[in-house]
Design a protein around this ligand. Sequence first.
Ligand code: MLT
Length: 412
Amino acid sequence: MASLNDNYLKLKAGYLFPEIGRRVKAFNDANPAAAARLIRCGIGDVTEPLPAAVVAALHKAVDEMAVRSTFKGYGPEQGYEWLRAAIAENDFRAHGLDVADDEIFVSDGSKCDCGAILDIMGASNRLAITDPVYPVYVDTNVMAGHTGEADATGAYAGITYLPCTAQNGFIPEPPKEHVDVIYLCSPNNPTGATASRAQLEAWVKYALANRSIILFDAAYEAYISDPTIPHSIYEIPGARECAIEFRSFSKNGGFTGVRCAFTVVPKTLLASTASGEFKPLHPLWSRRMTTKFNGVSYLVQRAAEALYSPEGKAQVAALVEHYMGNAKILVAGAKAAGHRVFGGVNAPYIWVDAPKGHTSWQAFDRILNESNVVITPGSGFGSNGEGWFRVSGFNSRANAEEVSRRLQALNW
Ligand code: MLT
């Protein structure tokens, strides 16, 4: 008798974005006229075309693949050396950070890497996860059997939840108790909050003292404009001994549909074996990638490389400026409508309080039905997200302006 992975049965709700999609489809089917007015500020998906440097690199790579002498078959599972070198040089060494080319592992997405990394982590680690949180961190641990069952509030046994509230500016302090694996995301999805250097120093100090590992999701680092905020966990001394960093080309290069990201696993990062011996994680991740992954396509890696050319860098900066211009308009609109607003300054997401008496989903339904705008309900990111909603700045300028107007016109 074949058995299934019982851990999947512990998962509480459907993944947040499919549930939003279901409600939006029901709305569209019932209101075809309003559907034409619908503006989506829900899932953080980019809207602007690929940078011209990327398009040129893709065309060139296609031409190479069309000729026997330059055709490429399987590439290195960890990524082509030239892309790993471009990443390590531009994103790290140019900023004085000690990251070697072979500590970069190119992949098809940070979401995938956040789940895949659990292959090399022990099953009995005590996890610390913020609330609210990008749901992937929780659900992948549930699927891997790294948690117990959920209680009536939806909290899983085996996870130490770190409350993120307006009081702590949505950035948690290290817990009093011991945890083994810590998920941090800065700039934060969903709240748009960013961790200061001092806050990251406190986390690195905690991780070193507890021999914990920080899984640092920096997928939105390109949106940081405040020069005091770290772009990488490796800006904090000691982080090479306690942190893995996830980065993505989705939100800076507009690669949500192209698919390319990378993970940094320092060779100096050790974790304990079952018998208490400390060993490096780097060879395990390399082994995992060579066994379960055949690498990102040559075409896509050439496209990613183009983001580091002078033209590519300028085009990425223009995209970031565009989306942050939207965020600014949305922040101003939500504030003018009387909402309390966080984020939208060093992140493309704005985090807005639902008017009193409204749950996040009630706010979602009213904004959908009355303003014909799709947002993301904060409670979908965790119980501390209840009473909040997230508005994404990924849109055209005209749509951002229209959403700003509609938020102000909604009569709560
Ligand atoms: C989001 O809307 O939270 C993101 O688009 C999800 C993701 O990047 O996977």
